[in-house]
Design a protein around this ligand. Structure first.
Ligand SMILES: Cc1cc2nc3c(=O)[nH]c(=O)nc-3n(C[C@H](O)[C@H](O)[C@H](O)COP(=O)(O)OP(=O)(O)OC[C@H]3O[C@@H](n4cnc5c(N)ncnc54)[C@H](O)[C@@H]3O)c2cc1C
Length: 426
């Protein structure tokens, strides 16, 4: 059996381990266009902040591929999936496969504004981006982040830690608009502003100025801001180009079924590039998050090696901490439409905000700012789709904890079938 995996990050690495757990001898080839060891991009901003060495980014040893008897091709791009179970590499060579996994992830969505090509304008997606930003720190006083999402704010936090003046420019009404509601985001915005990061909302940049190198931006309201670094954090787009002429169905990402197989037999996709069912909303979407990529890579790998494992869906869960203010969001945080019930508890002085979104007495989402202890409990109630009407009044109480759901664990034995729950209610 010849397995080919394109991409050697969260999904690709997890697939290698899964395949090898079943098939010890099949030939595995992993191709990556990055010329670097296996590393976690989730902690790139800590590296950029100077809080973590480059060595610490690597979450698998340098001998990973050798240990798993894998042929690793680095620094080459897979340009196309060809008919007849072949792929074409950037050096013109072709490679055959019996089973193919596309784990090409996503890339920073660069804005289409004048000046975006200037030196000093970056995304933050890979180690090269982080290194290039770092190289420029010496000649930078002010950095502007275009976008107030997770990556933009992480970059802002990192560059603030490196002593730069940092300005975040957000088109939406509030920061973290994909992840949080306005009120929850307000707590984070106030904290980062108090620490010295300026946030401009409701505006975007219409031009990046400078000759060859960036010297500033002009906002929609004509305000000019001098800066020497611009980081674009406007979300990501899936790397799907390689399947363009392969008859593989795509939308925002590559569409896969419950087995993580595309519409073309023996071609699988996993991770940020794969469009799967959202476990909470049931919609077909991409929840571009590391744990989703790892689980998808694992299931795709097992299925490539002959197992028949179903993927139940991806989860939209985000966890961040800026200036010691931990925040977790999960599922639907800004419900649209009928039938939702919202519970909120907040304490402005303590900067605590907790919101739970319910539908038909089941939790479908939550936001927790500065009191995140029960995130795991709420998360399992969401995943198991448990009717919480009997404990609804207690959900946001200060003394709420796992013990309060034990009656539900007893009642919904099938849903809580895992060993750890069984032991608890014996
Ligand atoms: C700065 C930052 C912080 C993040 N923080 C978090 C976090 O806190 N929590 C969280 O859950 N997630 C976080 N994420 C998201 C997380 O990193 C991704 O969800 C995860 O990396 C997806 O893994 P993947 O294997 O699908 O793809 P990727 O990690 O994107 O890897 C895909 C690989 O394939 C390569 N590739 C692409 N196209 C080709 C091609 N044609 N040929 C060969 N190789 C190709 C890419 O260069 C890359 O190496 C963060 C991401 C970034 C950038």
């Amino acid at each position: 059996m010849e397995y080919v995996i394109v991409g050697s990050s969260a999904a690709g690495v997890s697939a290698v381990e899964a395949i090898r757990s079943v098939d010890k001898s099949g030939k595995i080839t992993v191709i990556s266009d990055e010329n670097y060891s296996i590393y976690s991009r989730c902690v790139l901003s800590y590296y950029l902040a100077g809080m973590m060495t480059e060595e610490k980014l690597k979450y698998r040893g340098e001998d990973f591929f050798k240990k798993h008897n894998v042929d690793s091709i680095v620094g080459k791009k897979v340009e196309a999936v060809l008919p007849g179970k072949k792929i074409k590499l950037s050096d013109g060579k072709t490679l055959s496969f019996d089973k193919l996994l596309i784990a090409t992830g996503s890339r920073s969505k660069m804005e289409n504004i004048p000046g975006v090509e200037k030196d000093g304008v970056f995304g933050l997606r890979n180690i090269n981006d982080a290194r290039k930003i770092e190289e420029r720190l010496g000649k930078t006083k002010t950095a502007v982040m275009l976008g107030g999402g997770l990556i933009g704010l992480r970059a802002a936090y990192a560059l603030h830690k490196r002593g730069l003046k940092v300005i975040v420019v957000v088109k939406s009404k509030h920061i973290l608009s994909q992840m949080l509601d306005e009120e929850g985001a307000g707590f984070i915005q106030r904290r980062i502003e108090n620490k010295g990061i300026k946030v401009i909302t409701g505006l975007s940049a219409k031009e990046i100025t400078g000759d060859k190198e960036v010297s500033g931006i002009i906002l929609e309201n004509e305000e000019k801001i001098d800066c020497q670094i611009v980081v674009i954090g406007k979300g990501v787009q899936a790397n799907i180009e390689l399947v363009k002429d392969a008859g593989i169905k795509t939308e925002w990402g590559i569409i896969v079924n419950e087995s993580l197989q595309t519409n073309v037999t023996d071609v699988f996709a996993a991770g940020d590039v794969a469009q799967t069912k959202d476990l909470v909303t049931g919609e077909s979407t991409i929840n571009a998050l590391w744990p989703n990529a790892v689980i998808q890579g694992k299931i795709a790998g097992l299925n490539m090696a002959g197992k028949n494992i179903k993927y139940d869906g991806s989860l939209g869960m985000n966890s961040v901490e800026f200036f010691e203010l931990p925040t977790i969001s999960y599922g639907i945080t800004k419900p649209k439409g009928e039938g939702y019930e919202i519970l909120v508890k907040k304490n402005d002085a303590q900067e605590i905000y907790k919101k739970i979104v319910l539908k038909n007495n089941k939790i479908v989402g939550f936001v927790l700012v500065n009191d995140v202890d029960n995130a795991g409990v709420y998360g399992s109630l969401i995943r198991k789709k448990i009717d919480v009407s009997s404990i609804k009044e207690e959900l946001l109480n200060n003394n709420f904890n796992f013990a309060k759901i034990l009656p539900l664990v007893k009642k919904y034995k099938e849903e809580f079938a895992e060993k750890e729950y069984k032991e608890l209610v014996m």
